[in-house]
Structures are given as C-alpha cells and as structure tokens.
Design a protein around this ligand. Structure first.
Ligand code: ISJ
Length: 360
C-alpha cells in the first residue's frame, strides 16, 4: 500500500510536469497564431490549413490515444488560438441543443460565440448582413436524403461553401420518468420519430408520438411535463438536464447528417478537397449525360448528384437544376478543365465553392 501510494505520487508528479510543459507549449503556439493573425489581412480563419493540421495529427499520432481523441484535443487548441486572432460568431439552425449546434461545436470547437437561428433562411441572412462570420446548415441525411431548403438557398444566395461536417446522429430517449412504463407521450421532430420507429414500435408501441418543431423543443417540453419523454441528441439532454433512459435508439446505427459551412468565400486548397456546384439541364434526351461527360472525360470523380425542380429559377426554360459534388479543388487543372467544359454545355452553372473534405 505504502509502495503503491509512493508510485502514484511519482506518476502524478510526472503528469504535473508534462501538464506544465503542455501549457507552456500551447501558449507558445497561441503566440505564433496571434502573430499570423497580425500579418494576415481579411480572412483570418483558414479551413484548408486547419484540415491539414488535423490530418497530420492523425498521421503522426503515436498512440495510445486514438487519432480521433488526438484530433479533438488539437481542434480545441486551434479554436482557442483562432479566438486570439479573431473571435468568431457562428450562426446555426437552432434552437440550442440541436444537432446543428453539435455540428458547429465539432467543427469550430468551444471558443466561438454560437448564434442560434429559427430557420435555415436566417442563417444565410445573418451572414449576408455581416452579423455572423460563418453559418452551419444541414445539407443531407443518410436516411432522409437532401435538405431542400439548404439547396434552394445555396442556389439563390451569394454565399459560398467553405467546409463540410459529418455528424453521426444518435437519438436518445430522455425523460424524468423512472421507467419506460411511466412514459405517456413522446415528443420529437417528425424526422427523428421516423428514424427511430422500429425501436419505438418494439418498446413503446402504444405511446402517442407527438411531432414538434425541433428535437431541442421536444426536450424542453419533456423536461417540464410529467409522463413526457423526448427523442433527441446528447446536447439537448445536457441542456435540459434530462436523464437518458435509452441511448442510440436510431434504427440505422450509421445514420449521419452532413452539414456545410457557408461564408462569403470558399476555401483554399488543402490537398483533399471537394467542389460543389449547381447547374441546369434542358428537358431533352441525353441532357444529363451531356452535363456529366466533362467530369468523366477529365478523370474527375463525382461524389453526389441531386436533382431539384427549378422552382421559378431561370423562368420556365429549365425544368431541373442539378446539385453536383466532385472530388478536387476548382483550382486543380483537371477540375478547372471539367468546369470550363461544363460551362459550355449547361444553360447555367454556379460554383458553390471548393472546400476541404471533412477530416473526422
Ligand atoms: C494560425 C492560423 O490561423 C488560424 C488558426 C490556425 C491554428 O491555430 O492552427 C489555423 C488556421 C487558421 O484558422 C493560420 O492561418 O495558420
């Protein structure tokens, strides 16, 4: 016992010494970042540089910490360093406690001020009016498909995409009830109820499901009403201090939502990038094939193709617009050539931005 405590004491002295070194080094790093901030003009935040830093952390990580754990730590260090250069305000689809908030924190860390917006339209508006630096909006869900409003706004807004965030979506059942048997109604967003319907059918088949505006709103209601439960994420449980009585109840364990970061500019080259664009095709045979040929001809991979009704865009001439994600940055020769050829073929092309692929 005495030896044990002697060894523990030595180990803790070792940890204290390392923490001292870490603190000194982190502050040295912060001074360099601050100096870079003084030299840089305009755009302070560099998504491509942050992606490179995080990728290198995974490549060089000697363990035993997992690459993801090491990346989360460095993400927070960068977040704090960037705040010294420029305190950021990030708009997101609120209210507080939503998955959009979790996505914003995952990407920007703890330092920025987060500004919850009541609708996706408001996220675009506050950035356009200069009341936030960047915005986080959902763009597609692996189970439910595209988020139409975000696609429509990207088409009509001058904002660009400067980054993407993949967030695994884990729904939890949270309630003040002691057991499942005490739950008399379940609040959640309709999409989340749909994503958990097998679990709910199995475990709470007779309990009414009440769709509400957001998962965070569901948690707020469940916190205040006896017998009520909510299906929502960890952030909502924490915000409303609701005990989770069943975790990860989504039917598809790989359920993931992809978010994009919108800003006045897109990002520079990081070495592993994606480019998003939207274009129109006429409603005639072979039109879509014609549109896509420049990518194949230039060896550019396409990672996503989504069509949407043109909805008054471009008069009645175009029936559909196509949202296309390709691999590579618009400044890379093969991508630039493919885009140039596309411009000759499509009635309309809008580049939505080039940005680093999500790192983790
Ligand atoms: C330090 C810089 O500015 C910011 C902070 C970074 C960091 O802490 O590593 C990286 C990119 C920028 O968002 C930089 O441009 O290198």
């Amino acid at each position: 016992m005495a030896d044990d405590s002697h060894e523990l004491g030595q180990l803790r002295d070792g940890i204290d010494a390392i923490d001292g070194d870490l603190l000194r080094l982190i502050n040295e790093r912060a001074k360099l970042a601050r100096r870079i901030g003084e030299i840089k003009q305009g755009n302070i935040y560099r998504p491509e540089r942050e992606a490179q830093v995080l990728r290198r952390v995974a490549e060089r990580n000697p363990g035993p910490l997992s690459a993801a754990a090491a990346q989360r730590i460095v993400r927070e260090v960068m977040s704090a360093c960037l705040a010294l250069e420029q305190p950021l305000t990030i708009a997101y689809l609120g209210p507080a406690g939503t998955y959009s908030e979790s996505a914003a924190r995952k990407h920007f860390g703890g330092a920025p001020t987060l500004l919850p917006c009541p609708a996706i339209d408001d996220v675009f508006r506050v950035i356009e009016s200069g009341n936030a630096h960047y915005g986080v909006v959902p763009i597609e869900n692996s189970t439910e498909g595209a988020i139409g409003r975000s696609l429509d706004l990207l088409l009509s807004s001058p904002l660009q995409i400067c980054g993407e965030i993949n967030l695994p979506i884990h729904h939890n059942l949270m309630t003040r009830c002691a057991t499942l048997a005490d739950v008399t109604r379940i609040y959640s967003h309709a999409q989340s109820l749909a994503q958990c319907h097998e679990w709910l059918n199995r475990n709470l088949p007779l309990v009414p499901r009440v769709p509400v505006a957001s998962n965070a709103e569901a948690a707020r209601l469940a916190a205040g009403e006896a017998g009520a439960a909510a299906v929502a994420g960890d952030a909502a449980a924490e915000l409303y201090a609701l005990p989770i009585i069943a975790a990860s109840i989504e039917d598809d364990p790989n359920n993931t939502t992809r978010f994009v970061i919108v800003a006045e500019h897109d990002a520079g080259v990081s070495g592993s990038d994606r480019t998003s664009l939207v274009c129109s095709a006429q409603n005639r045979p072979g039109a879509v094939y014609q549109l896509l040929a420049p990518f194949a001809d230039n060896g550019v991979s396409m990672s996503r193709l989504e069509s949407r009704p043109a909805r008054g865009f471009g008069g009645s001439r175009w029936e559909y617009v196509f949202y296309i994600d390709i691999e590579g940055h618009r400044s890379e020769p093969a991508v630039a050539r493919a885009l140039e050829e596309l411009r000759h073929r499509a009635g309309f092309v809008k580049e939505l931005g080039s940005y680093p692929k999500a790192v983790y």
